[in-house]
Design a protein around this ligand. Structure first.
Ligand code: GBP
Ligand code: ZN
Length: 288
């Protein structure tokens, strides 16, 4: 509790310095809209709207009042909460949201998630109106982490994946409750096999600091340089750098590039799982 209080205080002070964007952005697709809502100092919540039925889901609603305001502005019916993992800055708003909007289905894997009504597992699918959600079990950051893949309707390309603290733009979550082997499975086998055009919506705005680390691993990677320059401009305007795409992550994210010769050279290994661990340790100790 004390830890949480200190964290909140630090986040509030950081908020006053205005580092996180305050306005929201809508990414509009043919069948789905995604409203990007900033929360706390660098978290994101995402309102996923099925345009046809106007039914909606919210990912990691840590600031319930902000969510409810966005729901009413959009004129949609919120039916579902998609919780990526139990950390309080993701699941800590669930109980309050349910008390203010009774009847919600609250999805998640981990028993430590508040107000859970529907336990999901790898491969489970369900619908929000016409949108089909496929659950991907990606333990490592926490042992109960789920990513939610919104499968594009046949013939359309607006798929999206909500990756919580597993995959960040140009980075990944710390391995609090898992192993390099599990993060390899999450990033390379599961997320890495989604269509390249899949938009990636992650849990935190860490893009600039992740790209600075990425650049230290591959100093001559032009895609990293270009994305870093772009991200710095976006952040200086208080704009989000979200979403990315799976294709983009394969170009700029060292943790998704463990099979690339340049990353193998940096790590001094050709074993992709071992490289995953080496990169995580290097990032934990990295000082820009
Ligand atoms: C930054 O600010 O740029 N590098 C971060 C430092 C996710 S939040 C903060 C940090 O450690 N963030 C976590 C992380 O995985 N970062 C990836 C990285 O640094 O490369 N969290 O809020 C974190 O998961 C949390 C909450 C952790 C409860 C433990 C508990 Br218990
Ligand atoms: Zn976390």
């Amino acid at each position: 509790m004390l830890q949480r209080l200190i964290y909140f205080t630090v986040k509030s002070i950081r908020n006053l310095t205005g580092t996180h964007s305050t306005h929201s952005l809508t990414v509009s697709g043919k069948t789905m809209d995604v409203k990007i809502l900033s929360a706390l100092s660098d978290n994101y919540m995402y309102l996923i709207i099925d345009k046809d039925s106007k039914k909606a889901a919210i990912v990691d609603p840590v600031e319930p009042d902000k969510v409810l305001q966005s729901v009413s502005e959009a004129g949609v019916e919120l039916t579902t909460v998609l919780t990526t993992h139990h950390h309080w800055d993701h699941s800590g708003g669930n109980a309050e949201l349910v008390s203010k909007a009774p009847g919600l289905t609250v999805c998640g894997f981990d028993d430590r998630i508040g107000a859970l009504t529907k336990k999901v597992n790898h491969g489970d699918t369900f619908s929000i109106g016409k949108l089909k959600i496929n659950c991907l079990y990606t333990p490592c950051h926490t042992s109960g982490h789920i990513c939610y893949h919104v499968v594009p309707p046949s013939g359309e390309s607006d798929g999206a994946v909500f990756t919580g603290d597993t995959l960040f733009q140009a980075g990944c979550g710390k391995f609090f409750e898992g192993t390099p082997d599990q993060m390899y499975d999450a990033l390379i086998n599961k997320l890495g096999s989604l269509p390249d055009s899949t938009k990636v919506y992650c849990g935190h705005e860490y893009t600039v600091s992740n790209l600075v680390f990425a650049q230290s691993t591959e100093p001559s990677n032009k895609d990293i340089q270009d994305r870093l320059n772009w991200a710095k401009v976006r952040r200086s305007l208080s704009e989000t750098t979200i979403p990315s795409t799976i294709a983009m992550e394969k170009l700029i994210n060292p943790f998704m590039r463990v099979k690339e010769p340049s990353i193998q050279k940096y790590a001094g290994s050709t074993n992709p799982v071992e490289i995953m661990g080496i990169l995580r340790n290097a990032k934990n100790n990295f000082k820009a």
